[in-house]
Design a protein around this ligand. Structure first.
Ligand code: AMP
Ligand code: MG
Length: 516
């Protein structure tokens, strides 16, 4: 069959500098499971190697997932820079770009695809939770799906993606992983002149809702079924024996997405571009663009300056996830007996999400049990935080210091978050203390549990900016320091004080766009 897009030939003349793995760096043979689906799903595209590649950072934890030893000498760093900068044919010689489609900002965008990412193949995982990890370069040159884009990723946004992937994983939130980050001397024009970089990403699958939309809306039902069967076989074996596997897959994605969005909300994460092409079929966080973590709590905050209507504001992300699931359900309709069954599956998003959110927020408050008034207690805390513009991270972290005794002073770090309307905190804390006395758990055990779910450190915008500013001058030490700290977000002991502080008053407000 002839795939329905033009210009399939791999761009010519992209020579690889070295043919084999450099000394000191070996990796398992790459499987080609996604490639085996055929040319309707992905096409060969050669990697464009980065000039003057330099290893900016490597995640030892991500390396361990696939059995790699992180580099520990300058020679090994150079070997990594060459391999993960696209110079080693043994690693990147069978790279492919996949085709997908999507709804962007609520509108059908038609065919999209990997415009600057290339799939290299898949590696066996070292842990039972991911049998194989697909390996992908992001920022490796133009593909037939690049449209108006140049195929590059700039160092600035690559640092953000690299750090946030590893930070989210350490927070226990499902996410694509970042193995390493390689910078280069290639100039790239954005709002200003920047340089190109490449992130090597790992995920059990990079399949998005948009992959299903592509085959469904272009009438390729056989390929839609083939993709569905492939995803089910690899990632949702429980769906195989269901009466309707595609419906079971949809139900699985609805439940996973409900859990994921509840985790995002609990940690104050905003994706920034929740288009259906940025929604993973595994319900993992994918494609870190103009994301942010809440500083001051404001449900209408959006980090993305391109998002003028606030479609992807913090408080709207659950509704957008629901909308995106409807788009996925619509795409799967050719494989589902009755449209009502697909609608019912998606309708379960709201109760599943609310249940997951209640559980997440209850844990943040140190509540082991759920009592009838807990919802009101949580809502009133959020209202008081909104009125006070309380810092999301610092407020929840401070709650572990609240004593049950109504005569005890409230912790000063909590009081400081309610300076605009202190009476709201006093009223709420009275109820919270009453509620804590109904808990069976000892105060010390409760505080310990709260400190294990309320991070002290997240990748706040100004921290990422400081690391980016240094890296753009060739100093990667702050990227590496911040990575090490973000890998233990619940344990602030020994961290520089400014890592766990809110942005300084003179920090420029985040200004992030889709152009990265
Ligand atoms: P995003 O919303 O940033 O994940 O990207 C939407 C679409 O644009 C995807 O198909 C990307 O592959 C593509 N894209 C984004 N940036 C570039 C770029 N610099 N060059 C080529 N394609 C891009
Ligand atoms: Mg994307």
């Amino acid at each position: 069959m002839t795939p329905p897009w033009p210009d399939l030939a791999p761009p010519a003349s992209r020579a690889h500098a070295t043919p084999a793995a450099p000394p000191g760096l070996t990796w398992p043979p790459l499987g080609q499971s996604f490639a085996a689906l055929g040319d309707a799903f992905s096409v060969p595209v050669a990697v464009s190697p980065l000039p003057d590649p330099q290893l900016v950072a490597c995640s030892a934890d991500a390396a361990a997932l696939v059995g790699l030893q992180p580099p520990s000498t300058p020679e090994q760093e150079q070997a990594w820079a060459l391999a993960f900068g696209g110079h080693v044919a043994a690693l990147s010689g069978r790279s492919r770009a996949t085709v997908y489609a999507g709804h962007q900002f609520g509108n059908w965008a038609g065919q999209l695809g990997d415009g600057r990412a290339l799939l290299l193949g898949d590696w066996p995982g070292q842990h039972a939770d991911a049998a194989r990890w697909e390996v992908q370069f992001k920022g490796s040159g133009r593909t037939p799906f690049s449209r108006m884009g140049d195929g590059w990723a700039v160092l600035r946004s690559s640092i953000r993606e690299f750090l946030c992937s590893e930070a989210m994983a350490a927070l226990g939130i499902p996410t694509t992983r970042a193995l390493c980050l390689v910078g280069s001397s290639r100039p790239v024009r954005r709002e200003r002149l920047e340089t190109a970089a490449m992130v090597t990403r790992l995920a059990p699958s990079f399949v998005r809702f948009g992959h299903f939309e592509h085959f469904s809306y272009s009438g390729q039902t056989a390929q839609l079924r083939q993709l569905t069967d492939w995803v089910i076989a690899r990632h949702c074996p429980a769906c195989v024996d269901a009466a309707q596997p595609a419906l079971a897959l949809l139900q699985w994605v609805v439940a996973g997405t409900a859990r994921l969005i509840a985790q995002w909300q609990a940690v104050g994460f905003m994706h920034g571009v929740m288009n259906t092409d940025n929604m993973s079929i595994l319900s993992w966080t994918i494609d870190y663009g103009p994301f942010a973590f809440l500083d001051a709590y404001d449900p209408l905050h959006t980090p993305n300056t391109t998002d003028r209507t606030g479609r992807y504001a913090y408080g709207r992300q659950p509704a957008v996830a629901h909308w995106n699931l409807l788009a996925l359900a619509q795409a799967l309709l050719p494989l589902i007996d009755q449209p009502e069954q697909a609608r019912d599956a998606v309708d379960s998003f709201r109760p599943l999400f609310l249940q997951a959110l209640q559980q997440q927020l209850g844990a943040k408050l140190g509540l082991q049990q759920t009592l009838p008034d807990d919802d009101a207690l949580i809502q009133d805390l959020l209202a008081a935080m909104h009125a006070n513009r309380s810092d999301w991270i610092l407020t929840f972290r401070a709650l572990a210091h609240v004593e049950e005794n109504p005569q005890a002073a409230l912790p000063p770090q909590l009081v400081a978050q309610f300076a605009l309307a202190p009476g709201l905190l006093a009223d709420w804390a009275r109820r919270y203390r009453d509620r804590l006395r109904a808990e069976p758990r000892e105060a010390a055990a409760r505080a310990q549990a709260m400190n294990a779910v309320n991070p002290a450190l997240v990748l706040r915008h100004h921290l990422a900016q400081a690391a980016i500013a240094q890296a753009e001058h060739g100093d990667f030490s702050e990227v590496r320091r911040l990575l090490a700290a973000l890998r233990r977000p619940f344990d602030p002991a020994g961290l520089p004080a400014h890592y766990t502080a809110p942005p300084p008053d003179d920090a420029p407000p985040p200004s992030l766009s889709c152009s990265s």
